[in-house]
Structures are given as structure tokens and as C-alpha cells.
Design a protein. Structure first.
Length: 494
């Protein structure tokens, strides 16, 4: 009976989250500003028969240069007002091709509408949750309930940044990846138990989650820290169980399965990518660009004589600046490229390609070498400070008087607490293990923030960990009170 209630509460928590996403109209109105090129490529394929991965020049002109809304472009392309152009281009927004494939598949499955992206994301999230529910019966389902509680509670706050991190947008995949990663990690933890048996059904469910995690990393990049966390946990578990033959064999087998599956899925996806992306180095998102641009979190940026070393003011009048964002990377690229004799067309077309990333990597280490003190202050003080400020700023709840959101959030909270109270191991709480899992992922989640920079819409995954931790503590507090009630009653009646 208790297990059935746990199953029901797990499913309800997923449904509450989906309802919270779909309920507010504003949640569906984002134009996905950071994904315009990717969505343009999806529109080009589905409505204009362009090859997968390529954006029709006319669609790009409407979305990027004329600021036409995505919905209007879809309507006009569907009606035939936007004709196929003979010029097709690869995406040059620095995000890689991963999100293009996701958006394209979403529009193939659910039709050429902007809402298809949300529906397809929710389908993937529900499928990942279904795999976890089908595989596990105990504390793992409690982790799932905590996850969807945190994801639901965080949505009203994310509404403030809807144009930066819409549900189903590229940044939101850092939140999505937590669920398949936790399933994989729980499999490694379970492998150390005496009665552990890995069945074919379990391997199939695990393979689905590895596919989801690999896809999330391919789309966003930053969730790679989850794979690092899983690898670290597997190594520690293996070292701890070296003398236990069965556990050691299970862990080694799982590690091999995990690595082979990731390589297999990566290879299959890589094989479908157009050669133009591979040749230009645009398969994945940029890394060194973000690392260089992130120096601007230091109040003394640009350091020393960097303005003269990377003088781009003939093309970019602002030059290097504290609040210029991506333009700082572009400035360095223009300065270096101009000295190499590159033409204006080559400089524009080369932004975020393989040569651009090599230039950013060289610039990063040059800055590190020339200004070690400022670089150390950036990574050891200012970036952590930005992270803390971003966490604080991300917890402003904005329900905008929406009673339905309040009710759903309270219902999600009730489901989480009820699941804990009805747990079969109430006296032996799973909070310690779950706290370790959360702590492991949270520690590794800091790494992408140190590479780039922290603002509320880039730390959604860390916000989820914090909310899950708070939910875990709340559940344990409720359980402690619940366990004391019979004692108090017996004392009163005695």
C-alpha cells in the first residue's frame, strides 16, 4: 500500500510540474532570444525543406536583422510568404548544433510551432522521470519528488528571466540533466549492495538515461560536470569495495556500460552532423570565449595595457570594456585577426569558429601570464562572489497574484512531505545519502560557473540543488515531528 502511494505521489509531482509550466500564458510567450538561430534552422528544415542544421538566409534575415518575432516568421513561412533562399548558412551563434537538432526534432514531432519546443522538452523530462520510477522503489523516488518540487518552486522566479532561460531553452538543459544523472548515480550506489542484480530491463532503462544525459551535454555543454560527478562517485565506490568481489565486478561492468553507451550515442549523433559544422569547429558551444569574457567580472577590467594590446577601436569603437560582454571576445578577435591580415568578411564569418576559439585560448593564457594577480582575484574572489549574489537574486518568488501557481506549489510541497512521512524507513531516513548526492552534484556544478560567470539565469541547476536541500531538510523536520506525536500522546494519556 505504501509503495503504491509512493508511486502515485511520484507521478503527481511530475504532473504538477508540467501543469505549472503550461498554466501561465507568459510561460509560453518567450521568443527564445538566445536560440533564435537554432529555431530558425528548425523552421528552415520543417517549412522550407532546408537540410538539417542549416538556416535559410531569408529566415535568418527576418529573425536576426529585422527582429521579426518567431511566431510571425513561422506563420509567414507556413503561408508561403517567405520563400526558400538559395543561400543556406550554418549556425554562428556559438551554441553549436545540439540545440538545432533538438528544436528541429521538436517541430517534426509536434508541428512547426514555438510551443512544440516546450512540449518536446516536457516529453523528454516525463520520459526520464518514468525511467527512474520504473527502476526504483525507495529513496530514489523521494529524490525525484524533491527534484520536481524544486523545479516547480523555481518556475515563478524564472518567469522574471523568461527571455534568458525559457523552459525548453538551451540554458534550461542544465536543469533537465540532473534527473538522468541521478538515475545513473543511483545505479552505481545500488551496485555496492549485497543483493544487487542487474537485469536486462535495468540496463535498458539505464541506457535511456545515458542517452538523455549525453544529449543534454551535447545541447548545452555545462552539464558535463554531472558526468564528472558520476565518474568521481564510481571511482570512490570502487576503491571502497576493492575487497568485495561482487560489488567490484558490478561497478566495473556499470562503468564500462556507461562509457561505451556515452561514446556510442555521441558517435551516432556526430555522424549525422553536416561536414560544414565539423570543419568550422561549430559542433559544440564555445568554451574559451566565455572564459576570456568572464574576466570582466573583475572591477579593474580591462587590466593594465590590454586595451592597447587588443586595440579594436577602428572596428568596435567601444574597445574592451567592463560591461561589453561578448564584444570583449569580438574585440580580441578583430585585433588579432587584423594583425594577421584577415579581411572584414573573414573576421565576421569567423566569429565563434575553430580559429576564433584558438585565438581566445591563446588570449586567455596570455592574460593569465601577464596579470596573474588580477586573474587569481577573478577566479578565487569575484566569480564566487558573483555566484553567491546570483543565488540570492534567483530566489525572489514572483507569482504575480496567480492563485493557481500558489495552489500547485503548495500541493507539490504537500506531496513531498507526505512521501517522506509514508516512507517505509521513516526511522532510518535516507536524507544522509540524498544529501551526499546533492552535495556531490552541487560541488561539481560550481566548475562551469568558474569557467564563465554567474547570473540568475545561468545558475538554474544550482538553484535546484539549493531548493532540493531545503526540501530535504523540511521533510526530515516534518518526519521528526511526526515520530514524536505518538510519544507525546502516550505521555498525555499516561
Amino acid at each position: 500500500m505504501v509503495r503504491n502511494i509512493g508511486l502515485v505521489l511520484s507521478i503527481i509531482s511530475v504532473l504538477f510540474y508540467i501543469l505549472t509550466v503550461l498554466l501561465p500564458e507568459k510561460q509560453q510567450t518567450s521568443e527564445y532570444s538566445d536560440e533564435l538561430t537554432s529555431i530558425g534552422a528548425a523552421i528552415s528544415h520543417v517549412l522550407l525543406n532546408a537540410p538539417v542544421g542549416f538556416i535559410d538566409e531569408e529566415v535568418q534575415r527576418e529573425l536576426i536583422y529585422r527582429n521579426t518575432s518567431v511566431r510571425e516568421v513561422i506563420v509567414r513561412a507556413h503561408q508561403g510568404d517567405i520563400k526558400p533562399s538559395p543561400v543556406l548558412k550554418v549556425s554562428s551563434d556559438g551554441n553549436g548544433i545540439g540545440y538545432i537538432l533538438f528544436a528541429t526534432l521538436a517541430m517534426i514531432v509536434y508541428g512547426p510551432t514555438l510551443d512544440s519546443i516546450v512540449f518536446f522538452y516536457l516529453t523528454a523530462a516525463a520520459a526520464s522521470a518514468a525511467c527512474l520510477i520504473a527502476r526504483y522503489r525507495g529513496y530514489q523516488r523521494y529524490f525525484l519528488v524533491l527534484y520536481f518540487f524544486a523545479a516547480t518552486v523555481s518556475l515563478p522566479s524564472l518567469l522574471r528571466f523568461i527571455h534568458q532561460i525559457p523552459v525548453g531553452g538551451i540554458r534550461y538543459f542544465s536543469v533537465f540533466a540532473i534527473l538522468p544523472a541521478s538515475h545513473i548515480l543511483f545505479e552505481f550506489v545500488g551496485a555496492t549492495e549485497a543483493n544487487y542484480k542487474l537485469r536486462l530491463r535495468h540496463l535498458l532503462l539505464l541506457a535511456v538515461q545515458v542517452f538523455f544525459l549525453t544529449g543534454a551535454i551535447f545541447i548545452r555543454g555545462s552539464p558535463a560536470y554531472l558526468a564528472m560527478g558520476i565518474g568521481t562517485a564510481a571511482l570512490l565506490l570502487l576503491l571502497r569495495n576493492l575487497r568485495h568481489v561482487a560489488a567490484r565486478r558490478s561497478l566495473i561492468s556499470l562503468t564500462g556500460f556507461f562509457l561505451v553507451s556515452m561514446m556510442l550515442f555521441s558517435g551516432l549523433v556526430y555522424g549525422t552532423i553536416p561536414q560544414e559544422y565539423k570543419a568550422s569547429g561549430r559542433v559544440t558551444g564555445v568554451l574559451w570565449h566565455r572564459a576570456v569574457v568572464s574576466f570582466a567580472v573583475h572591477p579593474s577590467w580591462p587590466f593594465g595595457n590590454l586595451t592597447e594590446i587588443y586595440d579594436c577601436r577602428s572596428s568596435i569603437p567601444e574597445g574592451l570594456g567592463r560591461w561589453e560582454g561578448d564584444k570583449n571576445g569580438h574585440c580580441i578577435w578583430v585585433s588579432v585577426g587584423s594583425r594577421k591580415g584577415m579581411t572584414a568578411w573573414e573576421l565576421v564569418e569567423g566569429v565563434y569558429d575553430i580559429a576564433y576559439e584558438k585565438t581566445m585560448r591563446t588570449a586567455f593564457f596570455d592574460i593569465l601570464r601577464m596579470y596573474p594577480r588580477e586573474a587569481a582575484e577573478t577566479f578565487l574572489y569575484y566569480k564566487p562572489a558573483w555566484l553567491i549574489n546570483a543565488i540570492v537574486a534567483s530566489f525572489g518568488m514572483h507569482f504575480h497574484g496567480n492563485t493557481s501557481l500558489w495552489l500547485i506549489t503548495l500541493a507539490e510541497l504537500a506531496a513531498m512531505v507526505l512521501f517522506r512521512l509514508l516512507s517505509t524507513d521513516r526511522q532510518k531516513a535516507p536524507w544522509a545519502l540524498l544529501l551526499v548526492v546533492l552535495g556531490l552534484f552541487a560541488v561539481f556544478a560550481v566548475l562551469p560557473q568558474l569557467v564563465a560567470w554567474s547570473i540568475p539565469h545561468t545558475i538554474a541547476d544550482i538553484s535546484i540543488y539549493v531548493l532540493m536541500g531545503l526540501g530535504l531538510l523540511l521533510g526530515e523536520a516534518a518526519n521528526a515531528v511526526w515520530c514524536r506525536i505518538p510519544r507525546l500522546i502516550s505521555v498525555e494519556t499516561g
